[in-house]
Design a protein around this ligand. Sequence first.
Ligand SMILES: *[C@@H]1O[C@H](CO)[C@@H](O)[C@H](O)[C@H]1NC(C)=O
Ligand SMILES: *[C@@H]1O[C@H](CO)[C@@H](O)[C@H](O)[C@H]1NC(C)=O
Ligand SMILES: *[C@@H]1O[C@H](CO)[C@@H](O)[C@H](O)[C@H]1NC(C)=O
Ligand SMILES: *[C@@H]1O[C@H](CO)[C@@H](O)[C@H](O)[C@H]1NC(C)=O
Length: 228
Amino acid sequence: MIRTFIFTALLVLCLDGYIETESPGKRVRPENLTIQCWAMSYPEKIRCTWNLHPDTQLNTTFITTYRLGLSDPDSQCVQSELHPKSCIISDFQMFADVPYVLNVTAKNALGSITKLFPFVVEDIIRPDPPENVILSPIIGDSRKLLLRWDPPHSWPLPEMFPLKYLIRYKRGRAKSYKMIGPYEQSYFYLPVTQPKSVIQAQVAAKDFTDFGNISEWSTVATGRLLGP
Ligand SMILES: *[C@@H]1O[C@H](CO)[C@@H](O)[C@H](O)[C@H]1NC(C)=O
Ligand SMILES: *[C@@H]1O[C@H](CO)[C@@H](O)[C@H](O)[C@H]1NC(C)=O
Ligand SMILES: *[C@@H]1O[C@H](CO)[C@@H](O)[C@H](O)[C@H]1NC(C)=O
Ligand SMILES: *[C@@H]1O[C@H](CO)[C@@H](O)[C@H](O)[C@H]1NC(C)=O
């Protein structure tokens, strides 16, 4: 009787320990905070995003401030409930003498962590990808397809700060893309040598002056020549 009791108690303890250590949703304090910022709406807005590894499994709040250099007062990088783990900086100088520093502090019931992310605005320019990418046949032309797109709507002043575009395209089952560009206009006549092939094309945007990075590739547009 007593032996059975002890055995059961031990079993319960073991199982308990097992559940504590092996359950996937282990609650932890914030660690390993990674931060990325991109000026996707230069010169008006910068979007910063962050991640915690592993997930803390606890309500965690984030304090997000930034400042120019070391001496300026802090400003808020503004978070919204709509886009968790991100914030927007909408007040900054172009071509500042010193880097900005973003401070992200993650806090939960078990602890907190602060990570600083220094950046030069012009180095982190990266437009969002071009939109409404369409590949269509041209009536009366059996050798070209017309690729058209719109600049990303988040890029606020395309006349003052123009974008240029790179194109990559391939035949349906081909392994590798052919990359061409940059081009300043928002359309291109793609040469097609194989009349029956389905062509896949994507477009990426970059600041005209070559500051910062190229956008991600747009969604894929597909098209083919008009049949004979
Ligand atoms: C988090 O950081 C610690 C210490 O830097 C490291 O040992 C651990 O592997 C990291 N965890 C993950 C999931 O990256
Ligand atoms: C997390 O926050 C939500 C909303 O504020 C609340 O309903 C929930 O009980 C909290 N969970 C914990 C574990 O504190
Ligand atoms: C970062 O922000 C936290 C929370 O506001 C603050 O306590 C900390 O002092 C800041 N660190 C630096 C280096 O600015
Ligand atoms: C951004 O561009 C820089 C320089 O051209 C490059 O070193 C870096 O890897 C790029 N970053 C990303 C995320 O593409």
